[in-house]
Design a binder for this molecule. Structure first.
Ligand SMILES: Cc1cn([C@H]2C[C@H](O)[C@@H](COP(=O)(O)OP(=O)(O)O[C@H]3O[C@H](C)C(=O)[C@H](O)[C@H]3O)O2)c(=O)[nH]c1=O
Length: 178
């Protein structure tokens, strides 16, 4: 497992260990020693997955302090364009985004520190995205920003979104909780 820096502080792209043979594939997603050696949190309290059809956008979500969390995200099957936005008030990269393709071919994962909004575009039907979070869901602390209200052009004309995701405030109107 290799951990790579990105253009945004505290956002890392992991190259997961993948082993293929005549039976199929084995993929390791969390390894405490490697995470510890790189100063990453590795004690996750909740994990879940979603299944999305092509052109679905989910996001841009966050959970406010004191329920804010680190998130580890990767694809089990399919592919997505994963996007994060820095919402940390005192950060030099406030409002800036980073994107990376995560797929069942490149076996990459993204490690998202506290203080970022997260979302993705499904690039294939039935893309399964798995999450590990260092705090569990807290409905009152859940928040988001409008998916097309920051410095990123989504490569899709008519995305499929939930009503909730379509009703978030734009980034410029957010009073960030971070
Ligand atoms: C996140 C969550 C959701 N739910 C229920 C609430 C709704 O009834 C249903 C779907 O929830 P939502 O529309 O928020 O699901 P996503 O849009 O896939 O949300 C996720 O997608 C973005 C991109 C993320 O980064 C978050 O981790 C996560 O918020 O599951 C729960 O019961 N527990 C949970 O932890």
């Amino acid at each position: 497992m290799k951990i790579n820096n990105t253009s945004l502080p505290d956002i890392f792209v992991l190259e997961l260990f993948s082993f293929k043979d005549n039976r199929g594939e084995f993929v390791k997603t969390i390894h405490d020693t490697t995470f510890k050696e790189n100063g990453l949190e590795y004690q996750f309290t909740e994990s879940f997955y979603s299944v999305s059809e092509k052109n679905v956008i989910r996001g841009m979500h966050f959970q406010a302090p004191p329920h804010d969390h680190v998130k580890l995200v990767y694809v089990v099957t399919g592919s997505i364009l994963d996007v994060v936005v820095d919402l940390r008030r005192d950060s030099a990269t406030y409002g800036q985004s980073f994107q990376v393709e995560l797929s069942d071919k490149n076996r990459k994962a993204i490690y998202i520190a506290k203080g970022f909004a997260h979302g993705f575009l499904a690039l294939e039907d039935r893309s399964i995205v798995e999450y590990h979070c260092t705090t569990s869901q807290n409905k009152e602390a859940e928040g988001g920003i409008l998916y097309n209200s920051f410095d990123f052009e989504w490569p899709v004309k008519q995305p499929i979104l939930s009503v909730r995701d379509n009703e978030f405030l734009p980034l410029k109107e957010l009073n960030t909780p971070f």
